[in-house]
Write a protein of this length. Structure first.
Length: 427
């Protein structure tokens, strides 16, 4: 019976790694993003039945693609007036190719729906399609995170501090709008990219952030997501080499990912910044990040939100310890970031930097102002920072209450354990 769970794990692994590529390839061939996602999901469901029964196919991704394409053909067949398109899709589909372990077509052509050399373009095309200006900014980001990154509605909702139902409604409306507007699946021309670029950058940033600190689950980090965001940022950098914010985002991702090797212990437990062995930081990623940041600065147009965050990450990267970090410089950078892209999260991060530069009392004033304004409600971020500051001020009972609240609100098991341990230490 062990073959059944093994087959199911193979399905899950293939989907986790290649779902966006599969949807992207199907969207390119069908011209319909909603249909592409639907038939890909149908292929996934069929794999969960067929692979445990028939065995894992030799090329799992090709199996899913061929099965999904067959579903798409069936859908086109059911649509009146689509005979020509159905024929174009079906002419190369050899009989039997949707079965496990099927041989490739006798035509000598691969059954994959993409050229391996164009995988990155397909993935970016999928992002640019979902970030089309016909959609609202919120809908663009929600749809892309769902289709490309595979984030759940709950994870997207936590990232943007909105209800789950709001995210689901945005995604549903976005798919319908793209279909009604007949938006082509393609990377836009250079002239059309600027109006979508901000949303694309935001999407890559959120994908990376979810990978760097998972909002839910038993793993503190999802390095597969973070790595994919970095890869796409590199592709985007080649696509838009003169855009300083693209370089700024790439710098931020590289510099942040440089700390990944030291962020977890042997059993996957979180290791906080102050306790990390900086000798384990990835010096190659630091060099790449600083080079990208230098390109963003060299553009002479001033740093945007991602470039400023990269400059903050650089301060950590070059410091030998937490105590050796130039916290006053980081405070100034956060103040600039607050002017360029104001948000409660930026203010909260500024408070952390102020606590290191000027002490916890000055930082607590900033945090208490956020509390008074009733922002960041329902998230663990505010009580976790407030608890730390109160603990440093010796207000142990108040600190413990805040940290216990933060633990209750935190969706990630690993981080929840860290917060609970801090609270318990104050009893």
């Amino acid at each position: 019976m062990s073959g059944v769970p093994d087959a199911r794990r193979a399905v899950e692994a293939t989907w986790r790694i290649d779902s966006a590529r599969i949807v992207g390839a199907l969207a390119r061939y069908t011209g319909d993003l909603a249909l592409a996602e639907d038939v890909a999901s149908e292929a996934l469901a069929e794999a969960l039945v067929a692979w445990p029964r028939d065995g894992r196919p030799r090329d799992p991704t090709a199996w899913l693609l061929a099965t999904a394409r067959r579903r798409a053909i069936d859908a086109f067949r059911r649509r009146a007036g689509r005979d020509d398109r159905y024929a174009a899709l079906g002419r190369d589909l050899a009989e039997g190719q949707t079965h496990a372990g099927a041989a490739p077509s006798d035509t000598g052509e691969t059954d994959l729906l993409w050229d391996p050399d164009r995988i990155e373009d397909d993935r970016l095309a999928l992002i640019f399609t979902a970030c089309h200006p016909v959609l609202s900014k919120e809908a663009r980001v929600a749809l892309t995170l769902r289709v490309v990154a595979g984030l759940s509605s709950d994870e997207i909702a936590r990232a943007f501090l909105v209800p789950r139902a709001t995210v689901q409604a945005r995604i549903t409306r976005a798919k319908k709008t793209l279909g009604a507007a007949r938006v082509p699946f393609e990377v836009p021309t250079a002239a059309d990219r600027p109006e979508r670029l901000g949303s694309v950058l935001n999407v890559l940033y959120v994908i990376f952030t979810e990978g760097a600190t998972a909002s839910s689950g038993s793993d503190w980090m999802r390095t597969d997501l973070a790595s994919e965001a970095i890869r796409l940022a590199r592709v985007l950098r080649r696509l838009a080499p003169r855009e300083p914010e693209v370089a700024g985002l790439l710098a931020l991702l590289e510099l942040t990912a440089a700390r990944f090797p030291a962020r977890t212990g042997p059993d996957g437990e979180p290791v906080l910044l102050a306790d990390q062995d900086r000798r384990r930081w990835d010096t190659g990623a630091i060099r790449r990040g600083r080079a990208a940041l230098a390109r963003a600065v060299g553009a002479g147009r001033g740093l945007g939100p991602y470039g400023l965050q990269a400059a903050i990450a650089e301060q950590h990267a070059v410091a030998r310890s937490v105590q050796d970090t130039d916290w006053e410089r980081i405070v100034v950078l956060y103040e600039a970031l607050g002017q360029v892209a104001p948000s409660p999260v930026v203010e909260l991060n500024r408070a952390v930097a102020v606590s290191m530069a000027a002490g916890p009392a000055a930082a607590l004033e900033i945090v208490d102002d956020l509390v008074a304004r009733e922002v960041l409600g329902g998230t663990y971020l505010l009580p976790s920072v407030r608890g730390e500051l109160l603990s440093r001020l010796g207000r142990r009972d108040e600190a413990r209450a805040e940290l216990e609240l933060a633990a209750r609100l935190c969706g990630n098991e690993r981080e929840r354990g860290v917060l609970a341990a801090k609270a318990a230490a104050l009893r």
